[in-house]
Design a protein around this ligand. Structure first.
Ligand SMILES: Nc1ncnc2c1ncn2[C@@H]1O[C@H](COP(=O)(O)OP(=O)(O)OP(=O)(O)O)[C@@H](O)[C@H]1O
Length: 595
């Protein structure tokens, strides 16, 4: 229960739901116990007065007696019916308080987890896979809710009904009480074991189902590759195999479920038989009445479901504890990318890297080695290098997705760590290498995260990103929906939507991370020319493995294996016979061959 104590703050928050729930449980149980007593009364008057009725045989008064007797029984019947209705009403209120409370807490907990996820750095997402993150916010929270709702509700019900019924039973007859209760612990323990088996099997089925869904999803999204490589038959076989696994696991669960109900029924039946048998002996001995046996059978039935629930509750609480432990593990993860001075001022855009080293914790790759460079406000710098040379890592450090392992990074002569993260990132327009567009309209994708967006600004940003003509050709223009619900853009079009998204923020620092790779050289030139105008007075970092991207930049850095191997202007580097010039010649040749 240690891990579940995290939820106590929520139980306190919803204390009125809980208190009312307890009150309604007690009231609903009163309406279960009273009918049993009415049944005892009815059975006793039937057995006592039947002999009196026989004794009045032949007398006129016999009919009068029969009428009053029938009225009595009728009133008892009505009272039982009324109490059943009242019990139903209070059970409704119990669910409306306790189960509703669990839904409120589920909502709060999901928000707490999601809020925490959002505050965690990129390195956290590298260490944990998406499936795991999703499982904690969905499956684990659902298991915790089972504790907060059904487990608490049935647990309280069990407690109150025991406290109310057992004393009444003991008052009637101690021996009969003990015999009637013997099978109940066996019932509870068996249910605990069986529900553990059921839960384990259900989880296996869930895993098998998610494997099946992942398989189908991949097959559909990769359908082009699948068809091109004539893998349809193989895909069908693989699907049948996964599907078969799901089927056999489901049949296994059905088998256990089939044993479950007969087991409960058997044990409940045993309790009833013992009650009747021992109760019969006690009636013969004259210590109880027939009505007491009827009353006891009802009490035993009242107790069986809560006792059955005990095994089930234990299993739920154990699973909730394990889930909450996993959730707490994430909630305790601290964000190490925090601001030291929380400065939220407009920046000029001067960037200095001084002997910066960076090693990725998870892969231990030393991605930047003693990297030093300086960009003044309003300057543009091109970072050129082969794949894996560390270009994107520089972009990540400027956006403070990670902190340098050693060395200093300053912006406007202040340590980058001094800035408030949101303020810093809000002034950077970052166009990542792997473009991500949402399944929304083009205008919503461009306006993403920017403030004070107008149609004019969207139009201007798309013109600056050389996207406007493409959008104009679509039937719905900027309202064209992208992704699964809409059309698919070409790689180059996607990159330009992503550039427009960065430009609309009018950033002080613009980072283009190899985001012109899918556009032709003509479009690349047009975009870079536009950028020269827009980025006047702002800093741009243009990352590319294509030398052509460097020609409009004020400065060029050439990276190789995490080190700066050449530095200068486009012209100065072209005049040296170094790596930059060699790359230029190689790419020129490649372009000529293509053309
Ligand atoms: N998140 C990460 N975790 C671990 N290692 C990483 C991560 N990102 C990059 N690396 C490694 O760091 C090195 C530099 O990667 P980086 O992405 O900076 O290269 P790049 O020059 O941008 O390459 P490309 O042009 O192919 O994008 C590579 O060896 C890469 O495998």
């Amino acid at each position: 229960m240690k891990e579940l104590s995290h939820l106590n703050k929520y139980l306190i928050k919803y204390k009125y739901h809980l208190f009312l729930g307890i009150l309604f449980i007690i009231i609903s149980n009163v309406f279960v116990i009273l009918p049993a007593q009415i049944v005892r009364y009815s059975v006793d008057i039937i057995s006592n007065e039947l002999s009196l009725y026989d004794a009045l045989h032949g007398l006129n008064i016999q009919n009068v007696f029969a009428d009053s007797f029938a009225t009595n029984i009728f009133i008892c019947g009505l009272a039982i019916l009324l109490m059943a209705l009242l019990r139903g009403f209070f059970l409704f209120l119990v669910r409306q308080t306790i189960i509703a409370m669990s839904r409120h807490i589920e909502y709060d907990l999901k928000n707490e987890i999601y809020h925490h996820y959002q505050s965690l750095p990129l390195s956290f997402y590298r260490k944990n896979n998406t499936g795991d993150l999703m499982a904690r916010i969905s499956e684990d929270v659902s298991k915790v809710r089972m504790y907060l709702g059904p487990a608490i509700m049935y647990g309280l019900n069990l407690l109150t009904i025991f406290l109310m019924v057992i004393p009444i039973m003991l008052l009637v007859n101690v021996k009969l009480t003990l015999y009637a209760l013997i099978p109940l612990p066996i019932l509870s323990v068996s249910i605990y074991y069986v529900s553990n088996i059921i839960n384990k099997r259900s989880e296996e089925i869930q895993r098998s189902l998610s494997k099946l869904s992942t398989f189908v999803q991949e097959a559909f999204s990769g359908i082009r590759v699948l068809k091109a490589f004539i893998r349809e038959a193989h895909s069908i076989d693989a699907f049948a195999k996964e599907s078969n696994d799901y089927k056999s696991r489901s049949l296994g669960l059905t088998f256990v479920n089939s044993l479950f109900i007969p087991l409960i029924m058997g044990l409940i039946g045993l309790s009833t038989i013992l009650t009747i048998f021992i109760g019969g002996i006690e009636v013969i001995n004259g210590s109880i009445t027939f009505g007491n046996i009827a009353e006891f059978i009802l009490y035993v039935n009242m107790l069986t479901w809560p006792v059955t629930a005990l095994g089930w509750i234990t299993s739920i609480v154990q699973r909730a504890e394990a889930s909450q432990e996993r959730i707490n593990e994430f909630l305790k993860t601290k964000n190490d990318i925090v601001s030291t001075k929380n400065i939220s001022e407009p920046i000029e855009g001067a960037i200095v890297f001084d002997k910066v080293n960076f090693t990725y914790e998870d892969s231990n790759i030393h991605a930047l080695k003693d990297v030093s460079f300086k960009v003044d406000p309003g300057e543009s710098i091109a970072i050129i290098g082969t794949t894996g040379s560390g270009k994107s890592t520089i972009a990540n450090l400027v956006c403070r997705m990670f902190d340098a392992s050693s060395g200093d990074i300053t912006i406007d002569n202040r340590d980058i760590k001094d800035f408030n993260l949101n303020s810093l990132r809000g002034q950077i327009g970052y166009v990542p290498q792997d473009v991500f567009l949402f399944s929304e309209s083009i205008s919503e994708n461009i306006a993403f995260g920017a403030e004070g967006v107008t149609d004019e600004k969207i139009l201007q940003a798309s013109k600056d990103a050389d996207l406007h003509e493409n959008v104009a050709a679509f039937k719905h223009g900027f309202e064209t929906v992208l992704g699964e619900r809409g059309i698919t853009l070409s790689g180059g079009q996607k990159q330009r939507v992503s550039i427009a998204r960065a430009l609309i923020r009018q950033p002080k620092i613009l980072i283009l991370d190899d985001c012109l790779s899918a556009v032709d050289t003509k479009t690349e030139n047009a975009i870079l020319n536009n950028l020269q105008k827009i980025m006047k007075g702002r800093t741009s970092i243009i990352i590319s493995h294509r030398v052509s991207s460097a020609k409009l930049a004020d400065k060029v850095l050439v990276l190789d294996d995490g080190k700066i191997i050449e530095k200068g202007t486009n012209e100065s580097l072209m005049s040296q016979n170094g790596v930059f010039k060699a790359l230029y010649d190689k790419q020129l040749q490649a372009d000529e061959v293509e053309n």
